[in-house]
Design a binder for this molecule. Structure first.
Ligand code: GTP
Ligand code: MG
Length: 139
């Protein structure tokens, strides 16, 4: 992926509220190209696997329940400096701390129901993309 791809999920709160289109518009407006996308609902088990790095955190079970509470949109995005630029676009984990104009400031409901996920490294972008998309080389 060489630093030009990231992985995102529009989370159940934002997807369920009908904000997927508005969020994708912001993402595309910021110069990201959608390389793969699908709507799906995670099982509690699959959400647990995705967020396994957080399994010792006190909010882990709640997070997995929340992430499997409704449909999500999983997508692979492409842009130069994708991981860092996308983290900037989505804003801080806690929407109270997110900068004006960021996706979380605009759409997140709480620190847990925070509208969107963005990979935090090139390595995780690759792992997370492959978690959802097995034929990435074709997109
Ligand atoms: P992601 O892009 O979803 O990985 O968020 P992040 O990288 O900004 O935050 P982090 O990886 O630390 O946490 C993963 C997710 O767990 C967050 O996006 C929240 O949905 C949830 N989360 C993080 N901290 C808390 C917390 O203190 N309480 C609760 N209830 N949920 C949290
Ligand atoms: Mg994270």
């Amino acid at each position: 992926m060489a630093g030009n791809r990231t992985f995102t999920m529009i989370k159940p709160d934002a997807f369920g509220a009908g904000n997927t289109g508005a969020i994708l518009k912001i993402i595309e407006g910021a110069g990201f190209k959608i390389k793969a996308a699908k709507a799906l609902r995670l099982t509690q088990e699959k959400a647990g696997k995705f967020y396994e790095v957080h399994k010792e955190r006190p909010f882990y079970n709640d997070l997995c329940s929340y992430m499997s509470s409704g449909s999500i949109l999983a997508a692979v995005l492409e842009k130069e400096n994708a991981v860092a630029d996308f983290r900037k676009l989505i804003g801080a984990t806690n929407p109270v701390e997110a900068e004006e104009g960021t996706i979380r400031k605009l759409f997140a409901k709480s620190i847990e129901a925070n509208a969107i996920h963005g990979s935090d490294s090139d390595e995780n972008a690759e792992i997370e993309s492959r978690f959802f998309f097995s034929k990435l080389e074709e997109v």
